[in-house]
Design a protein around this ligand. Structure first.
Ligand code: AMP
Length: 601
């Protein structure tokens, strides 16, 4: 790589105010200043490194791309190589997984594959993972840490309470390692570099992170987080779901945890031998801490655990995790636990590639835009237009134009992202809709809007995850006066009997009477603003919305269901709409009350 296009990872910093932070910010300012030409160079590097691979050969094989200048190569590539979706790469990735070592997608042999969370698309995808993937992970973490440390400096040598979890790894027929991208990163040299260089260590040892049982790992993360509580500088996870999930468990577990702190013991529910051994090696009896934590928990119970984080971790400066997109519904609960502590949303990426960094950590998550890092991949943007003027729904039939390069995007416009990566994906549609919120020097700052795929549709109605999220927010506002809350939700388009109708499942905490729940149901029905839905409801070609209340603990069972089929807690996103028979069985067996909307009667 040319020096300007890479940043030396060995100088990683994770929150200190060292020169390293200035270095990486300086590097970022430099590459974003000339983001357009950097992108042209990056594409040229990707294509020249991988010239002659089977996937590209049918379009580029007859050109001598090695001698071509970067600009000519960019226009050739975007005019002859077609847009693709993950399905186009699947047969190639399958051959790699089966042990085919010919250059199919990349010239460098691929030895590791990442498994996407699959909870949004209902299917886990396999994506190549290379050293470059681990390096860019370290780079994005280092860069965002440098920005954070400008606003919220932390003590060097402090600890981080990280709710992180490796997935189980397995080998393909051809002997390739498969796991989630985060699992590969935690096992990589780059993760160790991050810890050693920054002298900020996660509270939990590797044996906990990779212990393979998320409930046991959560218990140990909480125990060790409290054991080292005075040293903890910030709390983090990949997606904020994991933090909220951990503190909800803490409400039930705190007495056992206090007992373990007092005795220097480990509850018998932890039965993974290497996890037990590693935790017991770290702790010794500390009755004064146990007493302090126990007293604080009794007070917290009185206020429904409001302000749990600052009360138990007095030196924590902020909470850091992905809080936008499908994670936004958990913000309310996180604010309840975090009180006035700053919430900093973490960076934007996918198993396929990292995309953008949060360069404005002082902004609340709702207002954050992610600055595209122009060296990570070659990014293209498909302009999306709503078909009907003035329509407020997100899914109202996007019309699309031809993709444009990063240098041509416009503020205020919505796009779907297309990726060409160092790991062998060429013009691959990611399926995420973003809006350009502004620019960081020459690179766009993206506001994550939603996944493009429609989730609720019966006939002419079209609703995305974001539409559903807003509808649930509206409906649940009525619960707030009752001090009840929606723990989690999902939905289902029931077309088993005409007319079809939407079913929304809620798990709630707190006591709510039937009359209010019926109002919530009707409120949700009228909160869908998609023209197709409203018309269909008025003409009764879609039936009244149904709210089904499920038993407490149902969404934990759903999480278990996914984890049992190979998902990792660290990347888990509750599916907001499902037709998965396993999930529908859990939901229907757990339904305790049902309500029908009386709107549009
Ligand atoms: P996966 O590859 O399964 O881990 O999921 C990647 C997807 O998670 C992305 O394509 C986005 O839809 C979503 N995602 C990742 N980072 C963010 C973020 N910062 N804000 C909102 N959504 C995100």
């Amino acid at each position: 790589m040319e020096p300007v296009l890479s940043h030396d990872n060995s100088s990683g910093s994770h929150g200190s105010n060292s020169n390293d932070g200035h270095d990486i910010i300086g590097w970022f300012e430099d590459v974003t200043e000339k983001a357009g030409s950097v992108q042209t160079q990056i594409l040229s590097q990707i294509l020249k490194q991988n010239h002659g691979v089977e996937y590209l050969d049918k379009w580029l094989g007859r050109f001598n791309i090695l001698d071509m200048d970067a600009c000519a190569l960019e226009s050739l590539f975007t005019s002859v190589v077609p847009l693709a979706s993950h399905e186009d790469f699947e047969p190639f990735i399958q051959r790699i997984a089966d042990g085919d070592t010919t250059p199919l997608l990349t010239r460098q042999p691929i030895t590791t594959l990442s498994l996407s969370s699959g909870t949004t698309e209902g299917k886990q995808k396999l994506v190549p993972f290379t050293r470059h993937s681990a390096q860019t992970t370290l780079q994005v973490f280092t860069l965002s840490a440098a920005y954070r440390s400008r606003v919220y400096p932390i003590r060097e040598g402090g600890r981080i309470l990280e709710f992180i979890y490796s997935s189980n790894q397995f080998q393909t027929k051809g002997g390739l390692r498969v796991g989630t991208a985060t699992t590969h990163y935690y096992a990589s040299q780059e993760f160790k570099i991050k810890q050693e260089k920054t002298k900020s260590f996660t509270c939990s040892p590797d044996e906990v992170i990779s212990g393979g049982d998320y409930r046991q790992a959560t218990y140990c993360h909480l125990l060790l987080g409290l054991y080292f509580s005075d040293q903890v500088e910030f709390i983090t996870s990949a997606f904020v779901f994991s933090i909220v999930q951990a503190f909800r468990s803490f409400e039930e577990l705190w007495r056992d945890i206090c007992n373990d702190i007092k005795e220097g013991s480990l509850n018998s529910r932890i039965n993974v031998p290497k996890m037990r051994k590693a935790v017991l090696n770290l702790i010794s009896p500390n009755s004064s801490l146990a007493l302090r934590v126990g007293a604080a928990c009794l007070e917290l119970e009185e206020v429904n655990w409001s302000g749990l984080i600052p009360k138990l971790w007095p030196n924590v400066k902020y909470v850091y995790s992905i809080m936008t997109g499908s994670m936004q519904p958990y913000l309310r609960k996180l604010r309840h636990y975090a009180d006035e502590l700053p919430l900093v949303t973490a960076d934007y990426g996918s198993t396929e590639s990292w995309i953008g960094v949060n360069a404005d950590p002082s902004l609340p998550p709702e207002n954050v835009t992610y600055a595209v890092v122009p060296t990570f991949s070659y990014f293209e943007f498909i302009p999306l237009h709503r078909q009907k003027q003035g329509c407020t729904s997100f899914a109202d039939d996007f019309m699309e134009d031809l993709p444009i390069p990063l240098s041509q995007v416009k503020a205020g416009q919505e796009y779907e992202i297309v990726l060409t990566t160092f790991t062998g994906l060429y013009r691959c549609r990611l399926g995420d809709v973003v809006e350009v919120g502004g620019f960081h020097r020459g690179t766009p700052k993206l506001n994550f809007i939603c996944r493009r795929k429609l989730i609720l549709t019966i006939n002419i109605d079209k609703n995305t995850e974001k539409d559903l999220q807003r509808v649930v927010e509206r409906g649940s506002e009525l619960l707030n006066k009752e001090e009840a809350e929606v723990v989690d939700f999902t939905s289902y388009a029931d077309v088993s009997k005409p007319p079809g109708h939407y079913v929304i499942y809620w798990e709630i905490k707190g006591k709510v009477d039937d009359e209010l729940l019926h109002k919530c149901c009707t409120q949700m029905d009228v909160s869908f603003v998609d023209h197709g839905y409203v018309v269909s409801r008025k003409t009764h070609s879609i039936g009244p919305l149904e709210l089904r209340l499920v038993k407490p603990g149902t969404f934990k069972r759903i999480l278990d269901h996914f984890v049992a089929s190979g998902a990792a807690l660290g990347q888990f996103k509750t599916p907001r709409c499902t037709s998965n028979p396993g999930l529908l069985t859990i939901l229907s067996a757990s339904t305790i009350r049902t309500f029908r909307s009386t709107a549009y009667a």
